[in-house]
Design a protein around this ligand. Structure first.
Ligand SMILES: [Zn+2]
Length: 276
């Protein structure tokens, strides 16, 4: 699944490669898939996107917003899979869930593996969509300061008990993060996934904030995770410290065996010695 860093890399690549291209024909999928969320019928999508020009993409959490000007925004959200640019005369994937064919012969396709939204809104209306509306501050925004973060934890301490992993992966409390980046953030912060937020010392709270900001920027700088591909089908350069490959192997810091548990809807990988 793409997370905020991968979408950010993709938006930068779209802004270098696709901006200004004119759509010859916009198509929804050729392969039925019940977990792709569309908000337009295929004919309607083709009609509304005809002749539109690609504008500058931007990211909100795990949502990529691509203006199709004038008047519309294409929204890709919560996706995993492939989001690809195809130069003129290159082969397209056999299966796709969205295909924009440009007048210069190049193309853009999206093929999801699990699920994902591929929706076309009148520009601005996407802000009313569930999960985008009222989104909290994401870790790449200026407003994501330590003061903001600490205030968020104080707010959560008023509610039901939550762990560090819950903070990072549930209810879009910190939009854009997911199970993949959460593992490395917790390792960098030296905190266990089950550690209760109420048990964090002021120093640990600060370490967690620093680890979020550092990890997100590091993944972006390295062009995304190496288990996802970018707009050109190339894997990112960021190798995760704590993942299924690392499980059972020695911790990079202390050589203790890295453990795996199932917790909150996904696998967690951690060092039982470094992380407390
Ligand atoms: Zn360790």
């Amino acid at each position: 699944m793409f997370e905020l860093p991968e979408y950010t890399v993709m938006a930068r690549q779209i802004n270098k490669t696709l901006v200004g291209k004119k759509i010859k024909k916009g198509n929804l999928g050729n392969s039925p898939h019940k977990f792709v969320w569309y908000n337009r019928k295929p004919e309607e999508f083709t009609k509304l996107t005809h002749g539109k020009i690609v504008g500058r993409a931007r990211v909100q959490g795990r949502w990529l917003i691509i203006p199709l000007e004038p008047g519309y925004n294409l929204v890709l959200g919560e996706c995993g899979g492939r989001v690809l640019f195809h130069p003129a005369e290159s082969d397209l994937p056999e299966k796709y869930h969205l295909w924009l064919e440009f007048e210069d012969g190049s193309s853009f396709t999206v093929t999801t593996q699990m699920w994902g939204a591929m929706e076309l809104f009148e520009a601005g209306k996407e802000q009313e969509r569930q999960y985008i509306k009222d989104m909290r501050t994401t870790p790449v925004e200026r407003g994501f300061t330590y003061k903001y973060f600490s205030g968020l934890i104080d707010e959560l301490l008023e509610g039901p008990k939550r762990s560090t992993k819950s903070l990072l992966t549930q209810d879009q409390l910190i939009p854009g993060l997911g199970n993949a980046s959460a593992q490395d953030i917790l390792f960098q912060a030296r905190l266990l996934p089950r550690r209760a937020l109420s048990e964090l010392s002021p120093g640990q709270r600060r370490d967690l904030y620093d680890a979020i900001v550092h990890t997100v920027h590091e993944i972006i700088e390295q062009g995304g995770r190496n288990d996802e591909t970018d707009l050109f089908g190339k894997p990112g350069g960021y190798v995760r410290l704590m993942d299924s490959v690392a499980a059972g192997k020695p911790c990079p810091e202390c050589r203790t065996k890295i453990q795996k548990i199932q917790y909150l809807g996904g696998a967690c990988y951690f060092c039982p010695k470094c992380q407390v």
